[in-house]
Design a protein around this ligand. Structure first.
Ligand code: UD1
Ligand code: CA
Length: 490
């Protein structure tokens, strides 16, 4: 008597698991263009949750088997897809023309030689977890089925292949959306596109697939009917979490996958002790690390390989990319921090921009509308309003007045500015690089500084002020006299 769920425990002993996985090749289909994406880029290269779709699938698969047991079938933009994942050490097989999923699996035949079973997945399903994949493979290994495939029930099954079962619960056929009758389209159980085949049955029958459908493609799903007609068994493995099986065909589905992947990251971080306000609005990349008691504001984006320490604050709408924040750092709302290092207790923003090796020593502060490029501020230094500091080194406890500009570019090359410890740069100073401002010196507000300033000096680089007493009264009288003349009839 066959069962819907052959009696296989979910947890296997490590030994069983190991032996089963050793005999398994995993084929990932990634050769299609993805017409429904309306894109010039191969579908699996599109990004969601901070990675290309194919990278997500590979990440899950690599948790299950070593790279030499993984075959990625490429075709459309094969070089780009292969170069993206080559460093993982997986194997590749080329599908010369995109003639359907069945055709793509045929291309992987040689590369899987020797495997007892072959799991096939699609490169456009980025939400799959290693646990589910293991369960699928273990299920096939422990049954007599020629194939086991993951199914799920969807409220809206549009676009997916529908599962036709016999009264015993075995799968009779998969009907693709395009070929389905009205009645079949009402079936809510769908083919998720994750299969585990007995290798012998797969390779014996795959050549029987015919491109006799509206699309003229070799559908891998037709193999189900073929196996069944050959007297072999195909079992469904229904999966509760249908979200995990989402296949990406359109940009709208790409956005849905992105949301789910971001949610997973946010949830993991919250469990690790990070406060995330309105987590559904934040964008955090998978490799980002964040310490305990740090608070992330709504709509923040923390990208790339950013590392954030404990007890930091990343304000609403701030964007951090490849940023390193030590403990107790505050990045206030709407600041953009890229490729920068902020040491303990540093403060940035709101509305600040730090980029290209910007560095704040402990306790340094950068305020609103301040841009730092390739510039380092010493401990306790501050530039609190409206400044541009490029290619500058700023010493400890320096005060940079509002509106200070380093003129670091002469139209040909960039030049450095050095400001030594405890110097005071008055507001609206223009520092024409290359230039050095000595320790504890003062630069008068509004100065244009073209020469080095010695330590302890006051530098004034502006025209002296002239006051003209009574000028306004005198001007009023002149204007009145002019008016009388112009109005006189003569
Ligand atoms: C496929 C299934 C459908 C299932 C759905 C689950 C078939 C015929 N249909 O439909 O039953 O419900 O996935 O998501 O398999 N690819 C190639 N070479 C090709 C064609 C496709 O490598 O010639 C790759 C694509 O890059 C993609 C994957 O196979 O990663 C799936 O192809 P896609 O066209 O998206 O299949 P669906 O129409 O979604
Ligand atoms: Ca798909």
């Amino acid at each position: 008597m066959l069962l819907n769920f052959p009696g296989i425990p979910h947890r296997h002993t490590p030994w069983v698991r190991m032996v089963v996985m050793d005999d398994t090749a995993i084929v990932i289909l990634a050769a299609g263009l993805g017409t429904r994406m309306k894109s010039r880029h191969a579908k699996v290269l599109h990004r969601a949750g901070g990675r290309a779709l194919i990278e997500h699938v590979l990440e899950a698969v690599l948790e299950v088997v070593p790279p030499q047991q993984i075959v990625v079938v490429t075709g459309c933009q094969a070089e780009a897809v292969e170069s993206l994942v080559r460093d993982r050490g997986v194997r590749f097989a080329r599908q010369q023309e995109p003639r359907g999923t069945g055709h793509a699996v045929m291309a992987a035949r040689d590369a899987t030689a020797g495997a007892k079973r072959v799991a096939v997945l699609y490169g456009d399903c980025p939400l799959l977890t290693a646990e589910t994949l293991r369960r699928l493979i273990a299920h096939q290994a422990a049954s007599d089925a020629a194939a086991v495939l993951l199914t799920t029930f969807l409220d809206d099954p549009t676009g997916y292949g529908r599962i036709l079962r016999d009264p015993d619960g075995r799968i009779v056929e998969i009907v693709e959306e395009k070929s389905a009758t009205e009645e079949q389209r009402a079936i809510r159980e769908i083919n998720a596109g994750f299969y585990c085949f007995a290798a012998a049955a797969l390779w014996e029958h795959i050549r029987e697939i015919r491109p006799d459908n509206a699309a003229g493609e070799y559908y891998l799903t037709d193999l189900v009917k073929i196996l069944r007609q050959a007297g072999k068994m195909v079992l469904p493995l229904p999966h509760d979490n249908s979200q995990e099986l989402l296949g990406i065909n359109t940009r709208a589905e790409l956005a849905a996958a992105d949301r789910i992947l971001r949610e997973r990251i946010a949830r993991r971080l919250m469990l690790e002790g990070v406060t995330i306000e309105k987590p559904e609005t934040v964008t955090i990349d998978p490799e980002v690390r964040i310490g305990m008691d740090t608070v992330i504001g709504p709509f923040a984006q923390i990208l790339g390989r950013s590392v954030i320490g404990e007890n930091c604050r990343v304000g609403a709408c701030a964007i951090l990319e490849d940023a390193q924040l030590e403990d107790d750092v505050a990045v206030e709302p709407f600041s953009v921090v890229r490729n920068a290092r902020l040491e303990r207790g540093a403060q940035v923003g709101p509305f600040a921009r730090l980029r290209q090796h910007a560095h704040l020593a402990p306790g340094a502060r950068v305020g609103n509308f301040v841009e730092l490029k390739n510039t380092s501020l010493g401990a306790g230094a501050r530039a609190l309003h409206l400044a541009y500091l490029g290619d500058a080194t700023v010493g400890q406890d320096v005060n940079i007045g509002a509106g200070t500009i380093t003129c670091n570019f002469d139209g040909y090359t960039k030049h450095p500015t050095h400001i030594a410890a405890r110097a005071f740069i008055g507001s609206n100073a223009t520092l024409v690089a290359p230039v050095e401002i000595g320790e504890e010196s003062y630069v008068g507000a509004g100065s244009v500084i073209t020469d080095d300033v010695p330590p302890g000096a006051l530098a004034l680089g502006r025209a002296r002020q002239v006051n003209k007493p009574g000028w306004v009264e005198k001007r009023k009288r002149e204007r009145a006299a002019e008016k009388r003349r112009s109005e006189s009839p003569l």
